[in-house]
Unconditional design. Structure first.
Lengths: 268, 197
């Protein structure tokens, strides 16, 4: 018995120290590289910040084989925003009162409940899933078909948006190459592939289904989707312009914003 | 080890914990007072937009480590910047940050700032996690501070080196676009663009 205990301890010690030895091998390497590249005192100071903020340093190159196409599409979307979406949203905002626009937004969000529910469940977020269900039941009835959001204003039940792209990311699926879609904007391979299964759960769709969908033809689908987009843009018309102002090079800037944002959503 | 020694050790540990906590509280108070001042400036309707922005810039300059941000935004490329151009790049970067900040203030309307959490991942790093609360939404903004080894002239003890809005770090975003830009163009080109923007 004692012998086994001893063996166990020995292996435990070995394992824990092997970790140490690995670390101690890695650490000097860093020191060596910085020493090599810092011949003068002046340089030493510059290196200082690089070493100090090494945790902020992520030199991983983004895998971007579609760079050329994406740049063209970013310009296309940019013009589309500038000359179509934003002017339309401005006019729309003038015509409709904020409360009405808020209700339209609520209505759409309520419709997307099935995909949020499924993705919360797939990620094992059962509390969120039940909160989403509560929201759907209350807002569809008391909130008159989802036009109002009493679940949040009265019961403080917040929405927990999750989509299949996030679910895949949650299980460790990498983002794949970045893709910019016309009209839709930045995306990546993972999130693009996830769009179709999510759409299956979505009542706004035009493909024939054995269950009820709000739209039957592509034209109806397009009209509703456009309304949703214009309505959404109307809440923050200057958002895109403010973001664009900080860009030196629009495409990589937007690409990075999108990927950082998605990574964060997946971590949540 | 005698009981006294153990007690002494415990005392020391508690004491050092307190020091850390004190530092956090101090920074939090300092941060909140800055925000209060900004809000009062923004709400002052008698000020013209340019005057307002100028006042806010003077108020915030001691809190931000723009120089470090400029360097970090270039990362390893910083070493390739000729020494004579370094200060020029930093100045341009600072100007750009000020413009960007001012343009964001234009869309300000009665938001309040609420501190959610204070993290201290390292002894010389503190992150203040805040919510910018609007009518019906919360926008999470994280201010990341560092404490330079030697205090800088005309600067606070703790300095902001990065701001994360909804998980998007402005530093990382700048880095990404600068890196891509410098793949095909030179530092001089980058500075030309910064002058124009």
């Amino acid at each position: 018995m004692l012998k086994y205990l001893y063996l166990f301890f020995l292996s435990f010690l070995l394992l824990s120290f092997s970790g140490c030895s690995l670390k101690s091998v890695e650490a000097p390497q860093e020191v060596v590289t910085t020493q090599e590249s810092s011949p003068s005192d002046e340089e030493d100071e510059t290196d200082d910040f690089l070493e100090e903020f090494a945790d902020e340093e992520d030199e991983e190159e983004v895998y971007d084989p579609l760079n050329g196409y994406n740049r063209v599409m970013t310009n296309f979307n940019d013009k589309l925003f500038e000359y179509l979406l934003i002017p339309v949203a401005k006019g729309y905002k003038l015509v409709l009162h904020q409360e009405v626009r808020r209700s339209i937004e609520n209505f759409f969000q309520n419709l997307y409940y099935p995909s949020r529910l499924v993705n919360n469940l797939l990620q094992g977020k059962f509390v969120y899933a039940s909160e989403e269900t509560g929201r759907f039941l209350i807002n569809s009835t008391v909130g008159i078909l989802g036009l109002f959001d009493p679940a949040k204003s009265q019961l403080n039940l917040k929405a927990h948006p999750e989509d299949l792209g996030q679910t895949l990311g949650f299980y460790g699926v990498g983002s794949g190459p970045h893709i910019v879609w016309p009209f839709l904007g930045p995306s990546n391979l993972r999130d693009s592939l996830a769009l179709y299964p999510d759409a299956l759960l979505n009542p706004i769709d035009y493909a024939p289904r054995s269950w009820y969908t709000l739209t039957d033809t592509f034209e109806e689908f397009l009209a509703l989707k456009s309304l949703e987009r214009v309505n959404k843009t109307s809440f923050d018309i200057h958002e895109y312009e403010t973001i664009k102002k900080d860009a030196i090079d629009l495409y990589p800037y937007l690409r990075d914003l999108y990927e950082q944002y998605r990574d964060r959503q997946i971590q949540e | 080890m005698g009981i006294k020694k153990i007690l002494l050790l415990c005392c020391m540990m508690i004491f050092s914990q307190n020091l850390l906590a004190n530092e956090q509280i101090k920074l939090q108070e300092h941060f909140l007072s800055k925000i209060d001042k900004i809000v009062s400036i923004v709400k002052d309707k008698n000020l013209s937009a340019t005057k307002r922005n100028a006042e806010i810039v003077t108020l915030l300059t001691p809190t931000f480590d723009f120089e470090l941000m400029a360097k970090l935004s270039l990362g390893k490329k910083w070493k390739q910047v000729p020494k004579k151009d370094r200060q020029k790049f930093i100045d341009l970067y600072v100007k750009r940050m000020e413009n960007s900040y001012s343009s964001k203030l234009d869309s300000y309307s009665n938001e309040t700032v609420r501190i959610k959490e204070i993290k201290q991942p390292k002894k010389n790093r503190i992150a203040i996690v805040t919510d910018l609360v609007t009518q019906d939404k919360e926008l999470e903004i994280i201010y990341k501070f560092h404490k330079p080894k030697r205090p800088k002239k005309d600067k606070d003890t703790w300095l902001i080196y990065d701001v994360e809005i909804l998980g998007i770090s402005i530093l990382k975003a700048d880095k990404a676009q600068f890196r891509e830009f410098l793949k095909t163009k030179t530092i001089d080109d980058l500075m030309d663009v910064l002058v124009k923007s």
